[in-house]
Design a protein around this ligand. Structure first.
Ligand SMILES: Cc1cc2nc3c(=O)[nH]c(=O)nc-3n(C[C@H](O)[C@H](O)[C@H](O)COP(=O)(O)OP(=O)(O)OC[C@H]3O[C@@H](n4cnc5c(N)ncnc54)[C@H](O)[C@@H]3O)c2cc1C
Length: 339
């Protein structure tokens, strides 16, 4: 049996990017896969509610967690082979996402560069199908390995099994809730082409006719550093709301009342609205409620100005949702997982 260094009444304040003070009844830093089976074989631990924790960058703690936190710290990354004109690269769940992306670039492999500087771990990347600057991980995904807490077995899931959607996957639904991601494999195209369809990224690269993957990554990093607060300086979980997707007819009606409405047509005829624009128009940018606030440079980001509780953030989020619903008839949905 592997060693199970279980801690009790463990502080999670430094393990979530919002910097919310919360504690876990039991805590295990998972550094090897057999620890998961061993934890489930322990009747006391198995009886507790479980929270799988990566970098804590997409979570909001609203209370102490009265259960077992499994903090994924599995490490390792490798080039796993070639298949169908792609190089397969694999990383363990606990690897830092941005470091992994930079490592692929250092190997001369393009594909993940638009997703540079997203906080968190490799294992959490498929959970909400992370995306930025016109790319999502589903576009380069090959397979992942999970530990199934129901059976105690490991198995491989392919893209269809993961049911990726906009900030969504099977892991966010009941069928996938008992699955712990152990490693993820990506297929990076040998014949790489830059993906600069996102206007802001194209502008940043203006003057470079044929940018390299490194140059695209640097442009993404520069934009993100300008726009987003660094969680090491000011607590936040990135975009707090998903961009709402509404039927085309609803968007038409909104455009009659609000001609400047920011919207992007989807292949199925629905329209994705810019949640940040809606919030900004309701006058929330830069406003605070208690110790929680709306980031002055980006209305989509809620911040902990120091000492905020999860409840402070929830109260602010509810007030924003109510205003956007009243003005636009659009329900904003939170992106982070509330614990
Ligand atoms: C400044 C900032 C910018 C951001 N920008 C973006 C962005 O551009 N695009 C984007 O998509 N997201 C963005 N995010 C959100 C966040 O970085 C991603 O969602 C990231 O993938 C979360 O990783 P994590 O390891 O921190 O997950 P956590 O916050 O620890 O966990 C998130 C969820 O995944 C589950 N989970 C974690 N690891 C595993 C695992 N191994 N197996 C099963 N379940 C697991 C958790 O239980 C939880 O439900 C941003 C966040 C911040 C703070």
């Amino acid at each position: 049996m592997p060693d199970l260094p279980i801690a009790s009444d463990f502080s999670l304040a430094s393990l979530n990017t919002f910097g919310i003070a919360a504690r876990a009844r039991r805590y295990l830093r998972v550094t090897e896969v057999p620890q998961l089976a061993a934890a489930l074989a322990d009747p006391d631990l198995a009886a507790l509610p479980r929270l799988v924790l990566g970098g804590g960058s997409n979570l909001l703690f609203t209370r102490d967690f009265d259960g077992l936190v499994l903090h994924m710290a599995l490490s390792g990354r490798e080039i796993a082979g070639e298949e169908d004109g792609c190089t397969l690269v694999r990383a363990a769940a606990g690897e830092n996402w941005h470091d992994f992306v930079q490592w692929t670039l250092a190997q001369g492999l393009g594909g993940l560069e638009n997703l540079s500087l997203i906080p968190g771990t490799v294992g959490a990347a498929p959970i909400q199908n992370i995306g930025a600057y016109g790319a999502e991980i589903k576009d380069l995904f090959h397979a992942l390995t999970v530990f199934d807490t129901a059976s105690g077995q490991t198995r491989t899931l392919r893209a269809a099994d993961c049911r990726f959607g906009y900030r969504d996957s099977v892991f966010k639904h009941a069928e996938g809730a008992g699955l712990i991601v152990l490693d993820v494999t990506f297929a990076l195209p040998t014949a790489w082409q830059p993906n600069v369809k996102y206007a802001e990224l194209a502008n940043e690269l203006a003057g470079i006719a044929a940018p390299s993957p490194r140059q695209v990554a640097d442009a993404v990093i520069a934009i993100r550093r300008r726009k987003l607060p660094d969680p090491a300086v000011i607590g936040n979980a990135g975009s707090f709301f998903k961009n709402p997707v509404v039927p085309g007819a609803q968007c038409e009606r909104l455009l009659q009342a609000f001609p400047n409405l920011v919207h992007h047509r989807q292949p199925d005829g629905s329209e994705k609205l810019a949640a940040g624009w809606l919030i900004d128009q309701c006058g929330w940018k830069g406003r605070n409620m208690g110790a929680a606030g709306v980031y002055p440079k980006q209305a989509l980001v809620l911040v902990n100005n120091g000492g905020a509780t999860g409840d402070d953030v929830v109260r602010l989020a509810r007030a924003i949702q109510a205003d956007v619903l009243a003005r636009y008839g659009v329900q904003l949905e939170a992106e982070p997982v509330f614990v």
